[in-house]
Design a protein around this ligand. Structure first.
Ligand code: ADP
Ligand code: MG
Length: 618
């Protein structure tokens, strides 16, 4: 069988004569991937050997290993494996023909591609990527087959090669790269270590460099979730993202059917530096690092997710726009989304307090996701948390509607500013009505969305209207003037309009259960939302803004006194009190201009002086 006299020269069958210049030019930005390709081939060769051993029952219980050898003097980099090896004939078939035709295919596809940066690093250029950094490449290989002789292949980057026989005792393949003069950085161990850590960190075969094994052959995602604890996940996370805070939660994917997908995804503790607009997941294909930008497999609303996904079935050597519409990718996206939702539900069920503790970090993405994806909404709608104003309790929408003591359990009261709306909150609290805190940017959209989804409920900000519960129902407003038939309440309303010199102002008089607040500004939910919307739409649309209306509390002693003072014709006092009551009510909902603020402060000082002289009298 031995072909002792093998010494052949030939031309690699290829039509594109200038393939190497193209490879060199276009792949310039990511030259280092040559190492990933060669090491992956070595892993493949070892896998094949393991497979043959298994099938043929051979007892080659070797220590499988890959060595990356650097020779400073010879200016060579060698990737050596003890895998299956190649005979001269196999080199002819797999290197000369097949590999070249795939390289040719690469060039063909590459020519048509609009965004060339998309494909770099995704296309398995394989063995020939060695020519990105080498002026000459040698293969020395010994096949596992009995009686095989060593084969030696050399190619200087042109389309001709030499193939001959050599003495080689140990099974396996050495790929020797004679580095280009301007690629000598690849002789530096630190540089090689960096590249190996980036692309080969989790390969299943030990990679030796200068006496060390550089990779972790059993990354966490290849192990069973049942044999791992929280510390294992956190340690792995720190290994992937050193100097980061502990992740908030994680999910371990281990799917065999209907497709293969393994991985561990983490939701990080977000910081200001964290860029939520890009993908942070490292994508692997059988433990070979492929990319850390795989926005396609993660829905936008899960963009903060970090971690590793090993998706061996993904078509990686195609363009991104194709990936996006690939049914396989869509399935992966769905699985991830559903698993994240499942995890969130589980966290809420397990421990509401702990779930609430991470809520601030995750709620924007959850709400955004619910608005984007109906299935996600359905899963999470009963586990979306809302803070209750004035307490450290959290609730969900169904819980709120069930527990609320409000008469109409279809209105959800909320505050978007607990400080500014404190007067209102006090009233609600006194009546035992729960108020949700909805103060995030996304919340106004989320409220609209929830109302659209649940047509029977509506949200009302605490200053939108007074609820029946805040009003004394049983006190009828007695008639005071038989002549004009006006009630006391109507007279109060008239008085305010008259003294505020504002006929447009809507004044409503009610008897609140709480006597301490003389008046409140009310801003109809509809009007306010409409104004907020037109404001965000831009400056083209200018609709005259409607101001809030005034609710005057007839149970307030101050208000009652105003009416008496008017009857006694103490007009100046009435004017002072009416103006002050009005300003106090409006203070929290509208920024005063300088003029109004000055008048408010003057009046306040005037009142203070009066109180002072009263006190001094006693
Ligand atoms: P691919 O890995 O996608 O098949 P490559 O260009 O990387 O394409 O490799 C071409 C072929 O060369 C491989 O399929 C394999 O048969 C052979 N080959 C490359 N490297 C080795 C190696 N280290 N040991 C054995 N065979 C190899
Ligand atoms: Mg390959």
């Amino acid at each position: 069988m031995k072909d002792q006299s093998l010494k052949e020269q030939g031309t690699i069958s290829i039509h594109t004569e200038n393939i190497f210049p193209i490879i060199k030019k276009w792949l310039y930005s990511e030259k280092e991937i040559f190492l990933r390709e060669l090491v992956s081939n070595a892993v493949d060769a070892i896998h094949k050997m393991q497979h043959v051993n298994l099938v043929e029952g051979l007892q080659n219980a070797d220590d499988y290993r890959i060595d990356v050898l650097l020779d400073k003097d010879g200016k060579t980099l060698t990737v050596k494996d003890n895998g299956i090896g190649m005979t001269a004939d196999e080199i002819r078939r797999y290197i000369n023909q097949i590999a070249f035709s795939s390289a040719e295919e690469f060039v063909q596809k590459f020519k048509d591609l609009e965004d060339k940066s998309q494909i770099i690093g995704h296309f398995g250029l394989g063995f020939y990527s060695a020519f990105m950094v080498a002026k000459k490449v040698e293969i020395r290989s010994l096949s596992y087959q009995e009686g095989a002789s060593g084969a030696h292949w050399t190619c200087d980057g042109s389309t001709s090669y030499e193939l001959s026989e050599i003495e080689k005792k140990d099974r396996g393949t050495e790929i020797i790269l004679f580095l280009d003069d301007d690629e000598l950085e690849f002789l530096k161990p630190a540089r090689i270590r960096e590249v190996l850590t980036r692309y080969c960190n989790f390969l299943p075969v030990a990679i030796h460099l200068e006496g060390d094994v550089v990779n972790d052959q059993n990354p966490l995602w290849t192990r069973m979730a049942t044999e791992l604890d929280d510390d294992d996940y956190k340690t792995f996370y720190r290994k992937l993202y050193p100097f980061s805070d502990d992740p908030l939660f994680w999910i371990h994917l281990n799917i065999d059917f209907p497709f293969n997908l393994k991985g561990i995804l983490y939701f990080p503790k977000l910081t200001n530096e964290f860029d939520v607009t890009k993908s942070h997941i490292k994508l692997f294909c059988n433990q070979v690092f492929v990319s850390d930008n795989c926005a396609e497999v993660i829905p936008e609303f899960l963009s903060p997710l970090q971690g590793c996904l090993d998706a061996p079935d993904l078509p990686l050597n195609v363009s991104r726009s194709y990936l996006q519409n690939d049914p396989q990718v869509r399935k992966i996206r769905d699985v991830i989304t559903s698993r994240v939702a499942g995890k969130l539900v589980e966290l809420d069920k397990q421990d509401r307090k702990a779930f609430a503790a991470i809520w601030a970090d995750i709620h924007t993405f959850i709400k955004f996701g619910m608005m984007k994806d109906d299935k996600y909404y359905e899963k999470l709608k009963d586990h979306t948390l809302f803070a209750l104003s004035g307490s450290d309790e959290w609730t969900t929408l169904p819980e709120y509607l069930e527990n609320t003591s409000a008469a109409k359990a279809t209105t959800v009261y909320y505050t978007n500013d607990e400080v500014a709306q404190s007067t209102y909150l006090k009233l609600f609290k006194a009546q035992g009505i729960d108020v949700l805190v909805l103060d995030a940017q996304i919340d106004s959209h989320f409220i609209q969305f929830l109302e659209m989804k649940n047509s029977e409920i509506h949200f009302a900000r605490v200053d939108a209207d007074v609820t029946e519960n805040l009003i004394q129902q049983d006190v009828a407003s007695e008639l005071v003037d038989a002549k004009d038939g006006k009630t006391r309440d109507e007279r109060i309303a008239d008085l305010f309009k008259q003294f505020l010199k504002d006929e447009e102002l809507e004044v409503r008089v009610e008897r609140l259960k709480d006597e301490s607040v003389p008046a409140m500004a009310l801003f109809s939910e509809q009007d306010r939302r409409f104004q907020e919307m037109t404001r965000t739409l831009g400056k083209e649309i200018r609709i005259p803004e409607k101001g809030p209306s005034l609710l005057v509390n007839a149970s307030s002693p101050v208000v009652q006194n105003i009416l008496d003072l008017y009857a006694k014709q103490k007009t100046e006092d009435v004017e002072l009190l009416v103006a002050q009551v009005f300003d106090l009510a409006m203070l929290t909902c509208r920024a005063f201009d300088q003029d109004r603020m000055t008048r408010f402060l003057d009046r306040s000082n005037q009142l203070l002086a009066r109180v002072n002289s009263e006190v001094a009298k006693d």
